[in-house]
Design a binder for this molecule. Sequence first.
Ligand code: RFL
Ligand code: PHB
Length: 385
Amino acid sequence: MRTQVAIIGAGPAGLLLSHLLAQGGVSSVVLETRSEEYVAARIRAGILEHSSVELLESAGLGDRIRKEGDHHRGIYLQWPGERHHLDFVNLVGRSVWVYGQTEVQKDLVAARTAETYYDISDTSLHDVSDKPFVTFTDKSGKSQRLDCDVIAGCDGSFGPSRHAVPAAKVFEKTYPYSWFGILADVAPSTDELIYAWHPNGFALHSMRSATVSRLYLQVPNGTDPESWSDDRIWEELATRLGHGQNGWKLTPGPITDKSVLPMRSYVQTPMRHGNLYLAGDAAHIVPPTGAKGLNLAIADVALLSKALIALINEKNPALADRYSDDAQRRVWRCTHFSWWMTTMLHTSGDPFDAELQLSQLRWVANSEAGATGLAENYAGLPIGY
Ligand code: RFL
Ligand code: PHB
């Protein structure tokens, strides 16, 4: 088989890249280890930045976001006794949309034109500095070879692509806590997301729709989700989110999914070697407190699709040569913002740290300069920042 761009990974980075390349007249084939059903059902991110929505709209993928997504002007930031609304629209003229990654994935699958191989195994990258090709075993057990001009590694942090960049530099940080996430069939108890600092640990009230809530608790690493009863989860969420404060109530409901997500961060550089380019989680992971993972994948792909279209259609390598440096500027900005949100909101047990966090939260919530900094980063910098 032959194609112009072999895309490894059918997550949001891989499928969006394939879509944008097709619009630019560049062919691609997408290779994915998991089944189509598994990829479509994965519960992950929930927030789209302003520029991600603009990009999806300009690619003809915005219809359902406008109809079914929930536009949020900002977020609530709280600590015991106080809840503050940060209005991003007033502060920076931009805002965010609540629209699950699962929905983005569905929209991408519905719009897909490229051939996609699901349920493959033994993915292997070859000759990336000269005449690249990918070998794999397809669903029926047949060995396949896909020749191409370029390989796009969109296969997340556990895929093989990032290991095909020799002498790459990896920057890593593991946080000493995890997030316990639940999905519940109950109307959200808030109109916009609540990020809560509490001496027991961080809590977040997010949502997926008018009838589905998504909530998170900071828990120690290694926590077994099954060791927490539903009652205990709701009690702890009520305590940390301030049930009863100023008349606010958290309404519990049936829990349909429980999972524990470790918090880690890494950045791998460069994001290119020869004819191999990395995008999304294959090149970087951020802790979820800044809601940046999916948005960064979209921003990488916005740059990479333009670079590959110019490279392949016009034989112009200028953008491709700059891709890694251009993408990394935003990656480090988002890595810093995610670290800043994480360390401001998660408790470490150290009373000195707790006083510093509370002081910082009061400053962010009460000073226009502090609030604007958070808003500018959360609502997202323009593509190409
Ligand atoms: P994805 O979505 O992980 O897609 C990579 C795809 O590559 C496939 N793959 C392979 N395919 C072929 N051959 C191989 N050898 C392969 N190895 C792997 C995988 O099966 C997969 O389908 O990466 P992408 O496209 O870069 O998209 C990035 C986002 O998915 C990610 O940044 C966010 O979802 C991160 N993230 C979250 N971000 C948030 O902002 N808020 C969240 O609440 C949130 N929750 C999460 C998350 C990431 C998670 N992961 C990766 C463990 C929850 C989880 C569980
Ligand atoms: C989510 O809805 O899953 C979500 C929202 C905001 C975050 C992280 C996750 O910061």
